[in-house]
Design a protein around this ligand. Structure first.
Ligand SMILES: C[S@@+](CC[C@H](N)C(=O)[O-])C[C@H]1O[C@@H](n2cnc3c(N)ncnc32)[C@H](O)[C@@H]1O
Length: 264
């Protein structure tokens, strides 16, 4: 999901929201918010907010009348996030913008969140410097990024490599392309943050319909081009590799994330 090959269609954003969010990004957002203690009525920005999986959890957790801003490069993701905006006393604002150019003044926010966005930012130092700029003194950043290639994406990449080609395999592993905790720590420190906490969040991605989840990923385009027979072979190969995670017809596949908490 690099900025240059991330799918921009509304259909893709809706598929992301209906398949990827319940399976993974919603549970990750819940696990993150269990570690967070927000100040009453805080001003919060969710950067690379996608369709708002974490933004909605922030709104549930925040007490008082807060201000919640969602920013994402993709207008289509923002459209879905805006349509899903929960009923609450908080003020919501949504922007289609690049992380390196967030349309707010210095020190606008108490907290910033980035859930699974850092790996896709082409200029990571500039992105984190911009996040630091819009946080107030003693503001806090909560950042998650995958910690290891998940068995699901590993199996999918192997099957794609064999049946479709190396570009599709690379795309399947793109979300895991930046997982070195020391590298992330150094980037945060270089951008002016002080890291107060680094945890591992261990989750399970649920697959009730493996094929549907595979076809909700950016590699759907490659599988459609390759044709039905190849797509079925890829799905079958991934299913066989993940058989050990089957519990009563539902796959529960482990997936691990870094959680960094950093202060300005
Ligand atoms: C894996 S999704 C995560 C979305 C959301 N945080 C969630 O947990 O569901 C990555 C998001 O990063 C966004 N993104 C990629 N590059 C970006 C950039 N340069 N600036 C802002 N957002 C970006 C994408 O549009 C996409 O919505």
């Amino acid at each position: 999901m690099a900025a240059d090959n991330f799918r921009l269609t509304k259909e893709a954003a809706l598929k992301y929201d209906s398949h990827c969010v319940p399976a993974m990004f919603g549970p990750l957002a819940q696990a993150t918010m269990e570690k967070v203690n927000l100040r009453n009525g805080a001003h919060i920005v969710d950067i690379a907010c996608g369709t708002g999986a974490l933004t909605r959890e922030i709104a549930k957790t925040l007490s008082g009348k807060g201000r919640i801003v969602g920013v994402d490069l993709n207008e289509t993701m923002i459209e879905v996030a805006r349509a899903n905006q929960p009923e609450s006393d908080h003020t919501f604002e949504w922007h289609a913008a690049d992380v390196c150019n967030i349309p707010y003044k210095d020190g606008s926010f108490d907290y910033a969140f980035i859930q699974q966005g850092l790996q896709f930012f082409p200029d990571k130092p500039a992105a984190l410097t911009e996040v630091h700029r819009i946080l107030r003194d003693q503001g806090q950043l909560f950042l998650t990024c995958w910690r290891a290639v998940s068995p699901f994406n590993g199996a999918l990449a192997d099957a794609l490599e064999r049946h479709v080609g190396p570009d599709a395999a690379t795309k399947a592993k793109a979300p895991f392309s930046f997982r070195d905790g020391d590298l992330i720590s150094n980037l945060l420190t270089d951008a002016g943050f002080q890291i107060s906490r680094q945890d591992a969040l261990v989750l399970e991605r649920r697959f009730e319909d493996l094929r549907a989840q595979i076809m909700a990923l950016p590699i759907e385009v490659d599988l459609r081009k390759a044709g039905d027979r190849i797509a079925e072979a890829v799905v079958a190969e991934v299913a066989a590799k993940l058989a050990q995670y089957d519990r009563s017809g539902v796959l529960h596949v482990p997936q691990e994330a870094h959680l960094f908490v950093a202060e300005t």
